[in-house]
Design a protein around this ligand. Sequence first.
Ligand code: AR6
Length: 172
Amino acid sequence: MVKIELIKGDITNLEVEVIVNAANTSLLGGGGVDGAIHRKGGKQILYECIEIRNRQGGCKTGEAVITSGGNLPVKKIIHTVGPRWNDNKSDEVNKLKSCYQNSLRLAEENKLTSIAFPNISTGIYKFPKDKAAEIAINEVKRFETVFINKVVFVCFDDENFDLYKMLLDFGF
Ligand code: AR6
C-alpha cells in the first residue's frame, strides 16, 4: 500500500528519491516550479534535458523524461509536461492523467521508492485546481507499484493545500 503525504512548501527542499517537475515541451526550463528546480538544481539538469531534446526532440504533453537530481537532495528528477487548460477542448483531463501515470511508471522502472509531485498544470497552465487535485489523487491511488512506497503531494499555495487536505481527509 502506498503511503500518501501532503505538505505545503517548496518541492526543491524535499528529501525523497525523486521529485517531479512541471516542465514544458522544450525541456529548457521556464517559470514556476520548473524555474525553481533548474535554479537550485544547477546546470547539470539542463545539460541532461538538452541531451534528451537532441535525442528525441523535447517531451510531448502528458509524457515524462528523467534526469539526475543535480544539486538537489534527490536521486532523480522526472520532468513531465502538463496540459495548458482550454476548457478540455484538447483532452486536457486525460493528458493530465497521463502526466501522473507516466511519471509513476518512470519512477517504478527506475526502482525509486519515494516520489514527490507538485500540482502540475495548476499555475501558469491554469488547469482548474479542484479537477487537478482529484486527478492527481485518483491516478496515484490506482497505480499498481512494487517499488514506490511513498508519494508526497507538495502544495505551494493555500488553495491547493486546502483542496488536497479536504479530498484526502474524506478518503477520496
Ligand atoms: N515548489 C512546489 N510547487 C511550486 C513551486 C515550488 N518551488 N513553485 C510553484 N509551484 P507552474 P504549470 C506550484 O506554473 O502550471 C513553467 O514556465 C504552483 O503554485 O510551475 O504546469 C513551465 O516551464 C502551481 O500550483 O506549472 C511551463 O512553461 C504548480 O506548482 C509552465 O510553467 C504548478 O505551477 C507549466 O505550467
